[in-house]
Design a protein around this ligand. Sequence first.
Ligand SMILES: C[S@@+](CC[C@H](N)C(=O)[O-])C[C@H]1O[C@@H](n2cnc3c(N)ncnc32)[C@H](O)[C@@H]1O
Length: 293
Amino acid sequence: MLEELVTYVAPQSNENQLILDLTFGGGGHTVELAKRYPQAKILAVDQDPEAFENGQKRIKEEGLEDRIDLRKGNFSNVIQIHELEKDSLDGVIADLGVSSHHFDSPERGFSFRFEGPLDMRMDVDNTEITAADVLNDFSAKEIEEILSSYAQERFSRRIAENIVEKRKEEKFENTKQLENLVFHCYPKKMRFGKTHPATKTFQALRIYVNRELDVISETIPQLIDYIKPGGSFAIISFHSLEDRIVKTEFRKMAKEMGIVDLISKKPLLPTENEIIENSRSRSAKLRVVKKKS
Ligand SMILES: C[S@@+](CC[C@H](N)C(=O)[O-])C[C@H]1O[C@@H](n2cnc3c(N)ncnc32)[C@H](O)[C@@H]1O
């Protein structure tokens, strides 16, 4: 959906072209914006120190230091981080969640495919609670609540109770301990389905540790004042909980406040070809609003 995303946030006029990317990641979207709109300046943030450092290198290698301003931080603080001015942005994009880099780095603990520490923090410098802290210190009720709220895990109670039992013998330290426990909490006939039993537990812990849903609902209404009339706000989400928040916040601004138009009632979905090229895109949804002139 790169093409749609980049097209929706096209600059409004030839002057003071400014686009904001809330989730720099590997820089794919930011760099594409910089190349597509040669007169625009692109502001970007990412809270992950590795994404930030690799990003600075990439910007240099691409010779785009004058065009892209990448800062490290949570997008919920982007107004302060980039000292944004009201009605200044031609467009804002966000590509929510974790990056493939996170899933592919065993030492970050996001994936049960590898053995690694149960960390799961994107912003390792400023987030205090790790996934291991939740598993070792929270009550069974609290863990159950996290698993059911952030992943609708149907075996949340059983998993939570087993975690609390197991930690009496040994602390939770690595991803494989948790994967193994969740696997055995699933009924035998459900253990080898299309989705691994640990998928939801890992998703829920990651969302909790990084406050992923809270920051989305905090940020969307704040940023709209900083977009120029006629400018767009485009967000790609990867699971239904994120999409529900984006949909609700966008509808509120469109229907109750009357300050934006919804570009489409239904979210835009990736094409068959995009899904073949990148299987992780299969659950992506793009929603866009345009600020009224
Ligand atoms: C799906 S990736 C973005 C990929 C990017 N669009 C690209 O083309 O490479 C999401 C990125 O957003 C970052 N991120 C997620 N939530 C964030 C937040 N609240 N504040 C800042 N960065 C965040 C993650 O660290 C990750 O690098």
